[in-house]
Each structure stands twice: as structure tokens, then as C-alpha cells.
Ligand binder design. Structure first.
Ligand code: ATP
Length: 304
């Protein structure tokens, strides 16, 4: 729901002591807000602190400065309202698929009967297409199936926020695509609020409503937030046909190739930029809507 803020990251920084020479600042003065139902991706080069930001949101790490407010309350530790899907699957190896998901469900709803926990867990196992594998243990599953269990487990908590750290990066291209489709379908239909880290520009364009661009660390910043102007109803295989797709993709690539490294210099050269409200950019040329109209008219003419 646009304008209904769920998460507010306010001026956070993360510093680590450096042997004998003060501190190393990974990122600083980072501000970001996420509305309820929004799917937000963070993109940035390795080491800029994406996982650290996600861990802070999860309550697994604490910022050296600043606060994170979720649903009007400052976070002070992990919560089942903020479920995390890790890159690795983090499944309990001695438990079946059902056992892994049910374990999370019973932590969320300690008063539920075993039958109710089982029924709820199975609903989410089936949602990710693993109904037939519910009694298998993680060792008997493929990488994609394990990741599905992680997704089912996180979704079964019905969290206010889903935090995903490169959830598809270890998968083969085919499985990655199928899982992206499933996650998108589930998140769009349930209006799930998501913060996801990815290195994959196309994945971000397919999934995200907003893409947060982080500059290189140390001292990383949120340079800007890019609004995804592609229609919400979009198909993975059709993205490149949508007006505005190439502008969006080129903008993200330009950032990763050049501006992520030169942003600090731009600031020194006088770039107007406010850490508290990084610019919201829509890299669509004015011609894009007109082009879409022209294609539609042309297609209609050809068809008739
Ligand atoms: N405990 C620690 N002590 C010192 N430095 C640390 C510690 N944990 C993380 N770092 C440093 O913080 C930086 C950010 O790490 P983080 O994993 O958040 O980056 P990232 O952007 O997610 O990287 P990647 O894309 O490679 O996963 C890295 O340079 C890392 O070496």
C-alpha cells in the first residue's frame, strides 16, 4: 500500500574496530523507508554492507548509530514478524520438510494443536510445490527444493516483513526463474512487504517495486532509490519488450559499473544530495509512454 510506511531505517551506520587504527565504517547515515506491501531490492557491490543492513533489520546485528523503526516501534532483536530467507537454506537436517516448517509454525503459535500446526505448515509446503516431498529430509532434496522449504518456512510465519539475502543465487538458471515466479506470485497476491538483496539486475527489475542503489564500501551510502515503472503485472520472459525496460536496466548497470565507485567524488564535486532522502529516480524517457501507445496502435493495425 503506497504511503503506508512499515519500515523506517533512520541514519544507521555500521563500524568495526580496526586493529590499532580506529574504526572501519562499512556504511553510514543510511536512510530508507519501505511501505507496507512494497517489494524493495538492494543492489550494490560486494562488501558495501547489504547483508549487514538486512541483519540489522532482522535484529541479528545492531547498528553503530541510528535506529530502525518497524510498525512504529524501534527494533531491539529478532522477531517472528520479520522472517529471513538466507542464501544457504539453514534447515534442520534431522527433520523432514514438514518438521522444519512445523517447527517454525509452532514457535509462532505455541498454543496451536499439533493438527493445526501440521495443517498450516502443509498449506505453505503445498504453496511452494513440495506437497509430495513433505516427509523427506533436507539431504534427500535438491538445492532448489531446499530453498523452497526455506521460503515455505518463512512464509508460514506470515511475517509482516520478509527479508531475503540473495535467496536464488546458488540455484541453476531454470530453478532460479521458477522460484522467482513463485515468490513474485505469492508476494503480489498476499501484498507481502519484502526487502531482498541481489546482485542480479534482471532479478531486481522483475521483482522489485523499488531498487535501492548502494555505493561501494567502505563508507557506503544509499546513492538513490530507483522506481520500477514497469507494469505490476509483468512476465519474466516479456520484460525486455516493455517500454522503459532498457532505460531502467541501463540506469542500474551504469550505476554498478561507474557511479557506485565515483559517487563519493561526485559529492566532493558538489553534487546536491541529502542522505535523509536520497533521490527517487524514474529512468524512463518521456518517449516511453508514447512509444507504448505507438506499438499498441501499430499492433492493432497489423492485426486488423
Ligand atoms: N565482524 C566483522 N568484523 C569486521 N568486518 C566485518 C565483520 N562482518 C562484516 N565485516 C565487513 O563488513 C563489510 C560488509 O559486509 P556485508 O556482508 O554486509 O557486505 P555485502 O554487501 O552483503 O557483501 P556481499 O555482496 O559480498 O555478500 C565487508 O567488508 C566485511 O568484511
Amino acid at each position: 500500500m503506497p504511503g503506508d510506511r512499515l519500515i523506517s531505517i533512520e541514519g544507521i551506520a555500521r563500524r568495526y574496530p580496526r586493529k590499532g587504527e580506529g574504526e572501519l565504517t562499512i556504511f553510514e547515515d543510511l536512510w530508507l523507508s519501505i511501505d507496507r506491501g512494497e517489494f524493495v531490492c538492494i543492489i550494490g557491490h560486494s562488501g558495501c554492507g547489504k547483508t549487514t543492513v538486512l541483519n540489522i533489520l532482522a535484529g541479528l546485528d545492531t547498528p553503530s548509530a541510528g535506529v530502525v523503526i518497524v510498525d512504529g516501534k524501534e527494533i531491539d532483536g529478532p522477531s517472528l514478524d520479520r522472517a529471513v530467507i538466507f542464501q544457504g537454506h539453514a534447515l534442520l537436517p534431522w527433520m523432514s520438510v514438514l518438521g522444519n516448517v512445523a517447527y517454525a509454525v509452532s514457535a509462532r503459535h505455541p498454543k496451536w494443536s499439533r493438527a493445526k500446526v501440521r495443517e498450516h505448515a502443509m498449506r505453505f509446503i503445498e504453496l511452494v510445490g513440495l506437497g509430495a516431498a513433505a516427509n523427506r529430509r533436507p539431504a534427500e532434496l535438491s538445492g532448489g527444493m531446499k530453498q523452497r522449504v526455506g521460503i515455505a518456512r518463512a512464509l508460514s510465519l506470515e511475517p509482516k516483513t520478509l527479508l531475503m539475502d540473495e535467496p536464488f543465487s546458488a540455484l541453476d538458471a531454470l530453478t532460479r526463474g521458477t522460484l522467482q515466479d513463485e515468490v513474485r506470485r505469492i508476494c503480489v497476491t498476499s501484498d507481502q512487504t519484502v526487502l531482498m538483496i541481489t546482485h542480479d539486475v534482471d532479478e531486481a527489475i522483475y521483482l522489485a517495486d523499488k531498487i535501492v542503489l548502494m555505493t561501494n564500501g567502505p563508507g557506503a551510502r544509499v546513492a538513490e532509490v530507483v522506481k520500477n515503472t514497469l507494469p505490476r503485472e509483468r512476465l519474466r520472459g516479456e520484460l525486455h519488450r516493455l517500454p522503459g525496460y532498457y532505460e531502467l536496466r541501463n540506469h542500474l548497470m551504469d550505476f554498478l559499473v561507474t557511479r557506485s565507485a565515483t559517487f563519493a567524488q561526485e559529492l566532493e564535486n558538489g553534487l546536491e544530495w541529502d542522505a535523509r532522502s536520497p533521490p527517487l529516480v524514474q529512468p524512463v524517457s518521456d518517449a516511453a509512454p508514447a512509444l507504448a501507445q505507438a506499438i499498441e496502435t501499430e499492433t492493432g493495425r497489423t492485426a486488423s
